[in-house]
Write a protein that binds this ligand. Structure first.
Ligand code: ADP
Length: 737
């Protein structure tokens, strides 16, 4: 029989052993490979398969040593048992490969069965095919089963190696199906062993391919995983650095002083701008490395950490770098800094808080004071009106001795000043709108110096004036500016009094860059630098109780500010003080000329020429009386009345040419009285001259504006009264009686 398939398959009998040896060698290659793979990949089924290949190698070795022909039954039994063990381990490894667990007791039981079967086959069965067929059938099925496993694996994963192994194990299974029949053709054994060798090497190579592919895939996965992790780590890093940046900005720019320090000795590790400022350092870096305890009074008591101790101090008097004390309160929280425990200290500056509280109190006080001043000013207006009115009446008497007249004129001047003071108080209480006109500040300055001449002389102060002859006019309330200069000159005189050297008061005016300036300078002790910012505060005074109220400069400042100007202190030299009033220049339109200086109050009015019958209504009898006297001096006949209802009654019974009425009255005020008069005597409504100390009140002003009647602010002068009456009479000629 010829087995020519391009080459001769028959290997002579003496070479069968060599073929067997080659096959055995290839099996050992497989055993080694599977052991190594198990070691490398840590997969259990490789060990189990390695055991299968070992049994197969044993079978081959037995064949090699004892010949594969029929031999003694025990030998047949051992060989069968080796083959069946190979099949068993192949099966077992296959199941593990598919992820199915096989109980070891079951495997052992099956192993025992195969042993019994091998024994039975070798000793009981006559026909060798009957013995071998089931055993080799078993190994063929196991091999095909493993081939199937790899095929399934190939379907799940794109590994060529798995496909090759499926083919390899499939062919090896088929090989064992045919192997028992070779005993009928022993001359084919050599070729069969060679084929087995090729298949076993094929399986080995396929296994290497598969493992390499798996390794490459795993490596790729690991790489992907790593790069994903790297991306995530990068993202996390940027998030962390963004958070750190945010925290740093918060820390550095926080308005509250914050310090991070070591917990034991409070060595400063980080400090923000606010804390650096508080401790008097130029920059935060200057403080790093120094202990906060250097800025604190004393040391922490035993048993207490430094941070705990600081938190117990209320307040903690921090000594700043310039040795000034700063009272603070401290709160602390433990933190981690550069991987080490640290403590974060929050400092609450009490000075600032105290100052805010103080400011709040001051504002409340000022508001209350404003109301009080306004009330007092109103109340002062009436007695002042009476004093001024009677003074004027007295001064009308021509037979007064000249020295008495001179004294009375001084009283009149000072009562005028008092009246203006009251007006300024009202302005300070924000109730009096400034009455602006074009003013020459030279004239105002001269008037003030004239007014204060006596006081300045008594204080032994020499006065030097340097008034700019070309000083432009400014739009201002002359009385208010006068009040400012009075305050500045009074302060200067007070500052210079009691000094060793003679006092020198310099008053100068000049103009520059669209501004007119008045400077009041003295050679007194000057304003200490640390008080420069405080002297304009209301109620701030360094004078003794009773000597100063601390209101002068704040009133002056508020007046100048209302004029869109500036009032400031300029240091003239090492000693002395210079206060500068700066007002904007206002060029006079052609039609407007600076106000002529006021006529002296003593000028006698053209008396006894009015011959009018006038009803005088004021709830204060002294005012009614005084006004009546003034009117009689003007040649008027008057009827005085203190109750509006009586006045209405009188109006019904008698004829009056004019009515002089107060506005603020109890029961029925001036407005209601006006309404009643308008209703009952419409022709008289326009001839009511209102007298009021209340012209600065918004409601009063609105009323006067709406009715358009003439009015006189208390205190007023005889001449003003006469002019107002003449104007009313001119506009509303008296109706026939
Ligand atoms: P008062 O005069 O009632 O104290 P002021 O507001 O007018 O109130 O002044 C506030 C403070 O400013 C004074 O107490 C004084 O300390 C200071 N001051 C004002 N003018 C001068 C000056 N010419 N020289 C020195 N100090 C002055």
């Amino acid at each position: 029989m010829s087995y020519e398939i391009g080459f001769d398959l028959l290997i002579p009998g003496q070479y069968i052993k060599q073929a067997l040896a080659v096959s055995l060698l290839s099996v050992w290659v497989l055993v080694g490979l599977f052991f190594y793979l198990n070691h490398y990949t840590r997969r259990r089924y490789f060990t189990i398969w390695a055991a299968a290949w070992m049994f197969y190698a044993l079978w081959l070795t037995l064949n090699l040593a004892l010949g594969h022909e029929d031999a003694a039954p025990w030998m047949t039994m051992v060989k069968q048992w080796c083959i069946s063990a190979t099949a068993l381990f192949l099966f077992w490894g296959g199941l593990r490969f598919l992820g199915q667990r096989v109980r070891q007791s079951l495997a052992a039981l099956f192993f025992g069965f195969l042993f019994v079967w091998s024994y039975y086959g070798a000793y009981q069965l006559e026909n060798a095919l009957q013995i071998r067929l089931p055993i080799f059938g078993l190994i063929a099925v196991a091999s095909l089963r493993v081939g199937y496993c790899f095929l399934a694996y190939r379907r799940r994963r794109p590994y060529v190696g798995a496909g090759l192994l499926a083919v390899g194990f499939g062919l090896w299974g088929l090989y064992h199906v045919g192997f028992p029949f070779l005993y009928y053709q022993p001359e084919l054994f050599g070729a069969a062993f060679l084929i087995a060798t090729v298949l076993q090497l094929f399986i080995a190579v396929s296994m290497i391919v598969l493992v390499l592919e798996e390794a490459r895939h795993t490596h790729h996965l690991a790489f992907l995983n790593l790069s994903k992790q790297a991306e995530e780590a990068q993202e996390l890093r940027s998030k962390v650095s963004a958070t750190e940046e945010r925290y740093r900005k918060l820390f550095e720019n926080a308005g509250q002083p914050i310090i991070i320090a070591r917990p034991d000795d409070l060595t400063i590790q980080e400090v923000n701008q606010a804390a650096a400022r508080l401790l008097g350092a130029g920059a935060p870096q200057e403080l790093c490395g120094r202990s906060l305890l250097h800025f604190c009074p004393g040391q922490p008591p035993p048993g207490m950490t430094a941070a705990e101790w600081l938190c117990t101090l209320h307040p903690l008097q921090l000594r700043r770098l310039n040795q000034e004390l700063a009272p603070v309160e401290v709160s602390a929280t433990p933190v981690e800094y550069d991987g080490h425990p640290a403590v974060q200290l929050f400092l609450h500056e009490l000075t600032e808080r105290a100052q805010l509280e103080q400011q709040l109190r001051q504002t409340e006080k000022l508001a209350a004071l404003g109301q009080m001043i306004s009330g007092i000013a109103h109340e002062l207006n009436n007695p002042l009106a009476v004093v001024k009115g009677y003074l004027e009446l007295v001064l009308q008497h021509r037979e007064l001795a000249p020295d008495v007249r001179a004294d009375l004129e001084k009283v009149a001047q000072e009562s005028n000043r008092a009246a203006k003071l009251v007006q300024n108080f009202l302005a300070f209480a924000r109730e009096r709108p400034p009455q602006r006109e074009l003013v020459n500040l030279n004239e105002v300055a001269q008037r003030v110096l004239e007014l204060r001449k006596f006081a300045v002389r008594v204080a032994g102060v020499q006065v030097q004036t340097r008034l700019d002859p070309d000083l432009p006019v400014t739009l201002a309330d002359a009385d208010q500016i006068q009040q400012v200069l009075v305050i500045l000159i009074n302060n200067a005189v007070q500052a210079m009094s009691g000094r060793d050297r003679p006092g020198l008061l310099k008053v100068a005016t000049r103009h520059a860059e669209g501004k007119v300036l008045v400077e009041v300078e003295d050679n007194g002790p000057g304003v200490p630098p640390h008080l420069e910012t405080r002297i304009f505060e209301p109620f701030f005074t360094t004078k003794q109780v009773g000597a100063g109220t601390g209101l002068g400069l704040s009133i002056a400042l508020s007046i100048v500010s209302e004029h869109n100007g500036r009032l400031y202190h300029a240091r003239p030299g090492p000693e002395g003080a210079r206060f500068v009033v700066e007002l904007p220049v206002k060029t006079a339109p052609v039609s407007e000329a600076p106000k002529p200086p006021p006529t002296p109050p003593a000028a006698a009015p053209a008396a006894a020429d009015l011959n009018l019958k006038i009803l005088v209504l004021d709830d204060e009898p002294t005012i009614t009386e005084m006004v009546s006297e003034m009117l009689s001096l003007l040649g008027c006949r008057t009827v005085g009345c203190t109750v509006p209802a009586h006045a209405l009654e009188l109006l019904r019974k008698q004829h009056f040419d004019l009515i002089l009425s107060d506005i603020r009255m109890p029961e029925m005020d001036g407005r209601q009285f006006y309404a009643a008069v308008r209703q009952e005597h419409p022709s008289l409504a326009g001839r009511i001259l209102f007298l009021t100390g209340d012209t600065v009140n918004e409601e009063t002003r609105a009323f006067l504006k709406s009715v358009g009647n003439h009015h006189l602010g208390k205190p007023f002068q005889l001449e003003a009264l006469r002019r107002a009456i003449l104007e009313i009479v001119g506009q509303h000629p008296p109706a026939p009686a």
